[in-house]
Design a binder for this molecule. Structure first.
Ligand SMILES: Cc1cc2nc3c(=O)[nH]c(=O)nc-3n(C[C@H](O)[C@H](O)[C@H](O)COP(=O)(O)O)c2cc1C
Length: 161
């Protein structure tokens, strides 16, 4: 797949097969994801592989759509609010890189924002100086949803003098 096809066909997957995804493949996608832009080379991402006990404690309403693998992606705070925001932006780029790498291999992702809750932070044992940007279910899709229509970009563009 070329990059345009990878980007435009990726979906938030809500139904996964139980088939295993090779751990080495996942780490290779995470490795590639580290090439994300990050200001001052803070490399703010931290990745937690969520095991079954922690996953049960998270008590997600669909158990991350039964994805065979669950990852929590954290962003370390910086010294200032600006750095914290920049780090979250960098980690969002990291996550997108990871999702697109996975999708190129036919592996889908489900992004949950559950990690913002205090209960989820406790279950994950997240240090106080980290944000949880996303909890990702990862696995081969059982179903790939139709694309959700986007507003044409022309309607989001302004031309300044
Ligand atoms: C920061 C962030 C948080 C999200 N949290 C959730 C979530 O809690 N539950 C969910 O179903 N999808 C979540 N999503 C995925 C979006 O709902 C999804 O990307 C959107 O509906 C567009 O669908 P698509 O990714 O298939 O194009 C999240 C996405 C982002 C970027």
């Amino acid at each position: 797949m070329d990059i345009q096809k990878i980007i435009t066909t990726r979906r938030n997957i809500k139904k996964f097969k139980s088939d295993k995804v090779e751990h080495s493949l996942i780490t290779s996608w995470l490795e590639a994801a580290t090439m994300a832009p990050n200001h001052k080379m803070t490399e703010p991402w931290e990745v937690l592989f969520v095991g079954p006990e922690t996953r049960a404690k998270l008590n997600h309403k669909t158990d991350f759509c039964q994805a065979p693998v669950v990852l929590a992606i954290l962003s370390k705070h910086g010294a200032t609010d600006l750095e914290r925001n920049e780090n979250m932006a960098a980690v969002s780029c990291f996550i997108q890189n990871f999702m697109l790498m996975a999708w190129e291999s036919g592996v889908g992702t489900f992004w949950s924002s559950l990690g913002v809750s205090a209960a989820a932070r406790t279950a994950l044992n997240v240090p106080d100086d980290c944000d949880v940007v996303g909890i990702l279910g990862v696995g081969f899709p059982e179903e790939v949803p139709e694309a959700k229509e986007r507003t044409p970009i022309e309607r989001k563009i302004k031309h300044l003098s």
